[in-house]
Design a binder for this molecule. Structure first.
Ligand code: AMP
Ligand code: ZN
Length: 494
């Protein structure tokens, strides 16, 4: 199968034509969260970006196996080989079992992503579920002489790897081993390493460390990078199409993944590396460790000093998709308010479209060239801001029809509806607010509200204004505001 899709490959630093290894199948692996605290909005940006990519690949006909892991062991505090395991530390501080921490924040992660209308991945494997495979890969790399054991831990031997693969370490991040050395401080435990550039495949657990497994070398735990090497190849094969994650994972995490996989079989594991850019707050990267974060729940309730009001999940999703996934995006309440206006305008136009009557001719828009532009934007490395800008040309046209300036034929109307349905709902993953966000997924509440608003409308139509006002006031006592608009009455919870 042929597609026109071009993707920016971090490995080559260029946009490349996308060619699947075994079309129409596509294998995509994305590094998931380390589940030791609530996901922040920055994490959500990365997962929403890959959701859009998953959706678009599926939309253009690929059968995507999307694997996104849960890191529930092995991720140490400093993102390298030192410090406490992030999950164990939280467990210690809160006096819970590590698996209670994992369960709590995995559920939170799923809940938040569902509110953002993200589709679930095809497989969501965990690091702790793949200890056997991680020990297996460590044994194999050791046997091949590209790792060594030191005091019960096993380290990847970067110098030996570079000798065998002609200086391949650094091929993704562009980092040179010499630069790494001058930037590396000698930390406690690093003396176990022959070289500061080496990284852990297996770490011996200190007596304090609770998450531990038996291995040929020690009671210990796998290095953070190893899980993604074994889980991606287990479910997608030794060579697969797309590997994604946030830019901050390029080094060391993804660089080490490539080295581990190449050490295993000499093959290039991934054809296209896709990296999302960061969501920033006050110009600084949103990050758990610095505390410069906003939580999705704070946005939905408006409960944070940085916010002028609350915002719904769909407005936040739209805000994120208005930026290209490779551009950084700065969060501000003003920018979200602007996104809210745009989102409402788009959604209102889609409602108007449903009630449009066809005419004999289409006047006011060249539908075919518009559709080409929409698809062209997405085929150009998933350019959602250009897609959205072009969608607004459609909005202008729809409003033009509404006010009698333009007309559309029945077949063009059908085409326009299916195009917008595909791109707005299926690809961008947006939906009308009433569909879940007003009162937390409660379809029944929506249906009941419709009955109440219909009764109010009937009262007004029969000039029974006292009853109509009474309904509005009673709703207002429940913090439900009714707004009369062109398209009928709408409601929202304050
Ligand atoms: P973590 O749970 O810290 O491993 O992060 C999960 C994912 O979120 C990774 O792909 C990170 O690259 C990504 N991420 C972390 N911070 C941000 C941010 N500020 N903006 C976008 N993505 C982020
Ligand atoms: Zn990973």
């Amino acid at each position: 199968m042929e597609s026109k899709l071009q993707v920016y490959n971090s490995l080559s630093g260029k946009k490349e034509k996308f060619k699947a290894i075994n079309a129409p199948n596509v294998g995509m692996y994305v590094c998931g969260p380390t589940v030791y605290s609530e996901v922040h909005l920055g994490n959500c940006r990365t997962f929403i970006s890959f959701d859009m990519i998953f959706r678009y690949l599926t939309f253009i006909g690929y059968k995507v196996r999307y694997v996104r892991n849960i890191t529930d062991a092995g991720h140490l505090e400093n993102d390298a080989d030192e410090g406490e395991d992030k999950i164990s530390k939280k467990a210690r501080l809160t006096e819970l079992e590590p698996m209670e921490i994992v369960q709590k924040y995995t559920l939170d992660f799923h809940h938040v992503l569902a509110l953002f209308n993200n589709l679930p991945p095809s497989i969501e494997p965990t690091a702790t579920g793949h200890i056997v495979e991680q020990i297996g890969l460590t044994e194999q790399i050791l046997k091949d002489g590209l790792a060594y054991e030191s005091n019960g831990s096993v380290y990847f031997d970067v110098a030996a790897y570079n000798k065998k693969f002609e200086g391949a370490y650094g091929e993704l991040s562009g980092r040179k081993v010499e630069d790494l050395l001058s930037n590396t401080r000698t930390l406690e435990g690093q003396s176990e390493k022959r070289d500061p550039a080496d990284f852990a495949l297996w770490k011996k657990a200190s007596p304090m460390h609770i998450m531990r497994w038996k291995s040929p070398w020690s009671d210990g735990f796998p290095g953070w990078h190893l899980e993604c090497s074994v889980m991606s190849s287990k479910y997608l094969g030794d060579q697969f199409d797309i590997h994604g994650g946030g830019m901050d994972l390029k080094f060391p995490h993804h660089e080490c993944e490539i080295a581990q996989n190449k050490a295993r079989d000499g093959k290039k594991p991934v054809n296209y590396w896709l990296h999302t850019n960061m969501l920033t707050l006050n110009g600084q990267r949103m990050s758990k460790s610095t505390g410069n974060t906003l939580l999705p729940g704070e946005l939905f309730t408006g409960d944070n000093d940085k916010l002028s009001k609350s915002f719904t999940p769909m407005v936040v999703r739209f805000f994120m998709l208005q930026a290209h996934y490779r551009s950084s995006l700065d969060f501000s309440s003003d920018a979200l308010e602007a996104a809210e206006k745009g989102f409402n305008k788009l959604m209102e136009a889609l409602v108007v479209l449903e009630s449009i009557e066809p005419s004999k001719a289409t006047i006011g828009m060249d539908l075919n060239s518009w559709i080409l532009k929409l698809h062209g934007a997405m085929d150009d490395d998933f350019n959602t801001p250009i897609l959205i800008a072009n969608l607004f040309e459609g909005v202008k046209f729809i409003n033009g029809i509404k006010y009698g300036d333009f007309t559309i034929t029945a077949s063009d109307l059908k085409l326009m509806k299916s195009t917008l349905d595909g791109l707005v709902f299926q690809v961008l993953g947006l939906k009308h607010e009433g569909e879940n966000s007003k009162s937390g997924n409660d379809e029944m509440v929506n249906d009941l509200m419709q009955i109440i608003l219909d009764s109010r409308l009937r009262a007004r139509q029969t000039k029974d204004f006292a009853s109509a006002d009474r309904i509005r006031d009673l709703l207002s006592d429940l913090n439900i505001t009714v707004k009369d608009g062109k398209m009928g009455a709408e409601w929202e919870v304050n």
